[in-house]
Design a protein around this ligand. Sequence first.
Ligand SMILES: Cc1cc2nc3c(=O)[nH]c(=O)nc-3n(C[C@H](O)[C@H](O)[C@H](O)COP(=O)(O)OP(=O)(O)OC[C@H]3O[C@@H](n4cnc5c(N)ncnc54)[C@H](O)[C@@H]3O)c2cc1C
Length: 382
Amino acid sequence: MAAALAFATPDDDTGEDVLAAVREVVQRDLVPIVGQIDRDGFYPEDAMRALGAAGAYGRHLPGYGAGEPDLTAAFRAIAAAGEYCLSTSFCMWCQDAFAWYVWASDNAALKARLGEKIATGAILGGTGLSNPMKTFFGIETMRLKGRRVEGGYLVKGALPWVSNLGPDHWFGGVFEREDGRPVMALVSCAGAGVKLVDGGTFVALDGTRTYGIQLRDAFIPDGDILADPAEAYVKRIRLGFVLMQVGMGLGLARGCIRLIREVEGSLGHVNRYLDVQAPDLAARADALEREVETLAIDPFDPDPALWRRVVAARLAASELAVDAAHNAMLHCGARGYVVTGEAQRRLREAYFVAIVTPAMKQLKKMLADMGPDPSGAPGLAA
Ligand SMILES: Cc1cc2nc3c(=O)[nH]c(=O)nc-3n(C[C@H](O)[C@H](O)[C@H](O)COP(=O)(O)OP(=O)(O)OC[C@H]3O[C@@H](n4cnc5c(N)ncnc54)[C@H](O)[C@@H]3O)c2cc1C
């Protein structure tokens, strides 16, 4: 069980304080239940709320507390959980993105109403932006359609998967008006016309409370609108959205490096013949972490060259996660291959980093659409 929640205030805590508090919660509340999360699809709600109380979801938010938004703090917290459990790491990203949407919007009344509760994890929620992110990059068409009515919109349509949800949770989504204009809003899972349906069973990440969403003329009041029209706002939030995801891949890779090192004593005499060793993966992880720290300095900088590096870093995170998990499996051998083995769990989890939007294939398309890199930089590929 989580300890009593004493909320950290953003003014008191530095990113380092938050990271130390997050690591404590991870060891106390998360590490003992990672098997239960994986095998039983258990949603770690107590840990999610304790992480919020420790300040994990607050440091990156513009205007919440003193100082500049610190995206690196959010990224590091996501990675700290990802070292042990990607389900929780992803749920943290969902919460961070959900909070990011609210605090980056111009809707001051919405921020005043829900902002602090979201930043501290008292209100939990997620993000249904996979479909719009694919739509904006020419892969899908918009699944949610909205019609203007007195005081808001009536929205209909369905999304196949939205995570970190529950009957009293919220999520950020985008719908298209009849004139084609995209609008971004918060949707309450408890709202009339909003239905959560079974999203199926996954090979991993099943503890993320991932549901299918059906909206049947769900009323979205003007007070819950994040941006209308949404194009400029989505461009504003996309760097933070994508960069924080790198924390999932980095954390998972660090967990795999630990697994490789743990078996060095007993299996090092033969594992040393494998092509990829812990220092190789650690060097890639360190380079990726340094790159994210640089890219996170101004999350609202619209420079296209910066955006290209963010997309490349996100791709490198997918590649690193899959490579690290593959090699952890080879190093751990049979002890990783049993049902309770960590290496096989990390391998199943790693593919999620590579398929969650933006998936590797989308990232490669985005880079191809941008054309050759004018800087000629070598990038972070292995
Ligand atoms: C565990 C999990 C959690 C997720 N959480 C979120 C979330 O919180 N928010 C969010 O916006 N997205 C979420 N997604 C969706 C995810 O981001 C990707 O959109 C998804 O993995 C497919 O991406 P893709 O680019 O590979 O598309 P593709 O696999 O190329 O396919 C695109 C579309 O095909 C359809 N499709 C393919 N296979 C199936 C199937 N078996 N059943 C139903 N439809 C299918 C879906 O409509 C899908 O969107 C989640 C997915 C998973 C597996």
